[in-house]
Structures are given as C-alpha cells and as structure tokens.
Design a binder for this molecule. Structure first.
Ligand SMILES: [Zn+2]
Length: 159
C-alpha cells in the first residue's frame, strides 16, 4: 500500500513540476515542451528553466509573397530603401540622410510602378495593332476573307 502512495505522490509531484517548468519556459518565449523534463527532474529542471535567459524577440517569419512585395518596393521587414540616394534606412528612421522622407521615397516607387503599368498597356496595344496590320496584309492579298479578318480583329482587340 505504501508503494502505491509513494507512486501517486511521485506522479502528482511530477505533473506539478512538469506544468511549472513548462509554464516558466513558455513565459520566457520558448516554444518548447519541457513537461517531461519537469516531470522527471523536478526541482533541477525548474532551476534550469528559471535560470534560462528569455528568448530574444524574433519577428514572425513573413510569407514569401509578402516578402517579395516588400522587395519590389525596396523595403524589407526591418528597413526601407531611399530611392533618391539608394541608402538603406531602418524602419524607425523617417527621414533619410539625404533629406528625403520615407513617404517621399514610397510615393516615388508608387509613381514608378504606375508609369510602368501604363507602359505595359501601351506596349500591348502596339503589339495588337502590329498583328492586325499583318492580318490586313493577308486580307489585301486575298489569303483570308473580310469576315475572317473582322473576326480576328475583334478577338484581338478584346483580349
Ligand atoms: Zn536618401
């Protein structure tokens, strides 16, 4: 009977230490499970857990997509790039050493992107016109009918 009591005490004590050690380690920012260390090593594990330095803050890992979008803007999670002088500035720096602000820089990147979008549209348009002109040549040469030309033209223009 005494053996059973001793075993129950051992298990209860183990659980208490396990939970305590795990709580201490989680409060220090570690995403680790120390329950069994606490269960088996009791007070020793608790001392080890308490004396462990808190885990240094780690920013959450960003999704690759978000990171890519930041890279396009010349900005990583911790810094931003000044487009005027190409300096990399920490996020808490709002004005670059060249005198331009973070907002100025981001605005310029935005404008550049819009300009590029317009350029892409113009290029696509020019490409379609070129193709239509080639079909017109085929039509004039009698290789395709007016109807075929019209159909092709419609489909190209509404792509
Ligand atoms: Zn700058």
């Amino acid at each position: 009977m005494d053996l059973w009591i001793a075993l129950i005490v051992y298990v209860v004590q183990g659980i208490i230490f396990g939970v305590a050690v795990n709580t201490v380690i989680e409060n220090k920012g570690y995403h680790e499970n120390w329950f069994w260390e606490g269960f088996f090593f009791g007070i020793i594990a608790l001392i080890v857990a308490v004396s462990k330095p808190p885990k240094p803050y780690e920013p959450m890992r960003e999704s690759p997509l978000l990171k890519k979008s930041y890279e396009r803007q010349g900005v990583s999670s911790n810094n931003w790039k000044c487009v005027f002088c190409n300096s990399i500035n920490a996020n808490n720096v709002t004005t670059c050493s060249c005198g331009k602000s973070k907002e100025d820089s981001q605005q310029k990147i935005k404008e550049a992107r819009e300009k590029k979008d317009i350029k892409n549209v113009v290029q696509k348009e020019a490409y379609i016109i070129k193709i239509i002109a080639q079909y017109k040549k085929l039509l004039d040469a009698g290789a395709i009918t007016q109807e075929e030309f019209d159909r092709k033209k419609q489909s190209l223009l509404h792509k």
